[in-house]
Each structure stands twice: as C-alpha cells, then as structure tokens.
Design a protein around this ligand. Structure first.
Ligand code: ZN
Length: 306
C-alpha cells in the first residue's frame, strides 16, 4: 500500500505565463496517477506544515517573508526565477506539510511508503532564501522532522533531480544524522554540488556531464552512490524526486528515459527494505516536459508500490 499526499492548493501557486514551473505540471502528474493501475493508492489530503516544523530548517525571517509575501492579486518576485501568486503561501505550507505527514505515517506503520505530489518544489530553498522556483525546502523539513520529532539517528535523502539540491546540502552539511546524496548535471544551475563537497562526510555529490544518459546514470548510482548509502544503514529513506534529467526535458541536457526512473526507484526501495523496514517518503521536485514528467512520475510511483 502506498500513500499519496497532495492538496488542491498546490495547483493554485502560479509563477506566471510561460514559467516552466506551471500548475500544469502537477495536473499532469495527478492525471497519470488516476490510471486504473493506481486505484489502490491511499489518497490523503496534505496538512499545513507547522511553524515549528519550518523553523527546524529555515530562519524565522524567511518563514515570515514567504508567509507574508503572497499578493492578493498579480505576482511578486522573490529571486530571478521565483515568484509568488495569490495562494503561493498556502501551496508552500501544504507541500512541506505533506512530507512531514508522510514521515509520521510511515514511522507509525500506517503505510510503508508515501509519495507527495506537491508543488512548489523545495530542494533549492536555503535556510534564509527562496530560489530556483522553491519557497520552503519540503524534503529538508521532513528530514529534520524525522530527527527532531521521531529521534531518528540516520536519515538519508536521495536526490536524482537534474539540478543539485543546494538548499538541502546547505541545511544538513554539518548534521551527521542526515546523509545527502545527489546526482545532477554539472555545470548547470545552481552551479554547486562538486564532488569535493563532502559536508562532515555526510554529503555525496555525483556531477554528470551534459549529454550523459542511462548508462552513466546507472553506473554512478550502482558503483559510487548506492554502496555508500547501504553502508550508512538509513532508518528512513527520503527522496527528492525530480524528473528533469529526462531526455525530453527543456531545462537540462541529461538523457534519461522513463525506465531509468523505475530503475532508480527500485534501487531505493531495496535500500529501504534492507535497512529501514521498507520506509520511504518521496516528494516531487522538478520535471518540465509535461508528457515526460507524467510518464516518469508514474513509473516512479509504480515502482514504489512494491
Ligand atoms: Zn530540477
């Protein structure tokens, strides 16, 4: 059984006409998950994150800025790529709340795994700044929740979005209870995530050159990343599930196919079964070609079912 957390508010956040991070993305994912083979998904409405949950990873000034900046009409710009519309504050609260509720549910044994179909994405948001389409760092809020509220000592975040999760790394690079592992295209926005960035031994970055495809991606995870993730023996596996390394994605130049997302998901589920009682929580990050995003997210969720 797999839990699916989402909320209608996540469709209201609208960065504007022509912006890649459009509400149509989540619509496409939810439509794909309406197929018969997903009838058994346990669909749950995402709650709002609490202020306490957000303050574990974000400065109070940042939380206040996001919660105080949603305009009544039109849009406001927080960084060159990041905008807020009416309702963006609520969307960001539901996105971060989804991941925390999913952590609570899997740790309570209500479901072994959960997927959070939410937006805005989160992995670029730093302790003090919104950036790269991200307002609150939802997966980081979830990891901090697992440590602070549930007392876990080893939480893993696997990030296969094509962009480096700079915000997640910033938040945890001095926190040995959280391991952050990322494959991403480099050079590419946000121009971080070099192999020499190790944190306190808890950060592993695997930059891939533009043009790299299925073989390079799978070899990197199989030989470099997964062995170190197994050695960490995580008690909970969290996933920043971005699908913008797909060959059809307009924002980057990796060459993955839908079947690669099924493959990496199987590896992560196996890792969770080996060390974490199967417990895994995944949250949607990027993915900007609607058709590739929908097919890749469906392949990911299908692999999470087993
Ligand atoms: Zn991305």
């Amino acid at each position: 059984m797999l839990r699916l957390y989402t909320h209608a508010s996540c469709l209201r956040h609208d960065p504007g006409p022509g912006h890649a991070e459009s509400p149509l993305r989540l619509k496409a994912v939810l439509q794909a998950l309406d197929a018969d083979r997903f009838a058994a998904l346990d669909r749950v409405e995402a709650p709002r994150a609490t202020r306490e949950q957000l303050l574990r990873v974000h400065d109070a000034a940042h939380v206040d800025r996001v919660l105080g900046s949603a305009p009544l009409e039109d849009r406001v710009q927080l960084d060159p790529d990041t905008w807020m519309s009416p309702g963006s504050d609520e969307a960001a609260l539901r996105a971060a709340g989804a991941t925390c509720a999913a952590v609570d549910a899997v740790l309570a044994g209500q479901a072994p795994r959960a997927f959070c179909a939410v937006r805005p994405p989160g992995h670029h948001a730093t302790p003090g700044e919104a950036m790269g389409f991200c307002l609150f760092n939802s997966i980081a809020v979830a990891a901090a929740h697992a440590v602070a509220a549930h007392g876990l000592q080893r939480v893993l975040i696997a990030d296969f979005d094509v962009h480096h999760g700079n915000g997640t790394q910033d938040i945890f690079e001095r926190e040995p209870r959280v391991m952050f592992v990322s494959s991403h295209q480099s050079p590419l926005y946000p121009e971080t995530g070099f192999a020499h960035e190790h944190g306190v031994g808890n950060v592993i970055n695997a930059p891939l050159p533009g043009g790299a495809g299925s073989m390079e991606f799978r070899e990197t995870w199989h030989h470099e990343l997964l062995p170190r993730m197994h050695a960490f023996k995580p008690q909970l596996v969290l996933v920043s599930a971005g699908f913008d390394a797909h060959r059809d994605d307009p924002l980057a130049d990796l060459r993955l196919g839908t079947e690669d997302y099924a493959w990496i998901t199987h590896q992560l589920v196996e890792l969770a079964h080996a060390h974490a009682g199967g417990r895994l929580v995944s949250s949607l990050e990027g993915g900007y070609d609607l058709r590739a995003l929908a097919a890749s997210a469906a392949a990911h969720v299908e692999a999470l079912l087993y």
